[in-house]
Design a protein around this ligand. Sequence first.
Ligand SMILES: Nc1ncnc2c1ncn2[C@@H]1O[C@H](COP(=O)(O)OP(=O)(O)OP(=O)(O)O)[C@@H](O)[C@H]1O
Ligand SMILES: [Mg+2]
Length: 239
Amino acid sequence: MSQTSPIVLEAHDLVKIFHRGSEDIPAINHVSLSIREGEFVAFVGPSGSGKTTLINILGCLDNPTSGKLSLDGRVVVDEGRVLSESALTKVRRDIFGYIFQKFYLIPTLTVQENVLLPFTFYRKPGADAEVGRILKLLGIDHRKDHLPGEISGGEMQRVAIARALINRPRILLADEPTGNLDTRRSEEIGELLKGLNRREGLTIILVTHNPALANIADRIIELRDGAIYKESWSSNREA
Ligand SMILES: Nc1ncnc2c1ncn2[C@@H]1O[C@H](COP(=O)(O)OP(=O)(O)OP(=O)(O)O)[C@@H](O)[C@H]1O
Ligand SMILES: [Mg+2]
C-alpha cells in the first residue's frame, strides 16, 4: 500500500440513527473516512461505540440514515438514495469478503463444501482449483473433508476466512474475527490476515477489542460514541 494507491472506499458524513420505541439512538455520528487499496485498517473502541454498525454500513450490509458511501469510485448510497437490492447484492459479492466472530459454518457440510458455499447459486469456472489453493494458503488443506464439528475453533475461523476469500474480494471485512478464540489462536489468525494483506495486497478492515490484533494493522481508528475519536498509524507500516 502506498499513499498513491487508489481510494477503494470513501465515506462522507455517515450518520446512523436507530429507533427503539420512542428513543432515537445515534449509533454513528458524522463519520468521514477513506481507505486506500491495500490498506489494513483496524477499528477499535469501547463496546457500543458503533464499530459493528459502521463496518456493516461500509460493507453494504446496512444503510446509513444519511451520508454518502462510494466503493471503487461508484456511489452506493447518497443521502438515502441507495442502489437497487440486486445491484447491492452484486457489490457485496464482488467487492467484499466477510468474516464474523461466530464463524457461521454449516455443520453438515465439509470444510471444502463450506468454502464453496458462495458458489451455491452461481457457478464459477475454476472454483474447485481455487478452493485447493486457498485451503493450502490458510494451512487447512488437510482438513478439507472434515466437518466443522471435527476441527478446532482456530481452524473453523480459517475455514470462514477461506470462504470469504473464495470470491477474490477487493476488501476483507472482519468483525471481531478472534472474539471466540484463545490468545494463541488469535495471534495465528492475526498473522494470517497480515500475510494476506502483505503478500496478496488484500485491503482489510478489521474490528477488534484486542490491542495486539489491532496493532498488526497499518492504521488504527478509534471510535467513541459513534464518532472518530483518534486515528493512529503503525510504526511498522510500509511507506
Ligand atoms: N439494531 C439496533 N437497534 C437499536 N440500537 C442498536 C442496533 N444495533 C446497534 N444499536 C446501538 O447502536 C450503538 C452501537 O452499537 P454497535 O453494535 O455498533 O457497537 P460496537 O462498537 O460494535 O459494540 P461491541 O464492541 O459491543 O460489539 C449501541 O448503542 C447499540 O446499542
Ligand atoms: Mg460490535
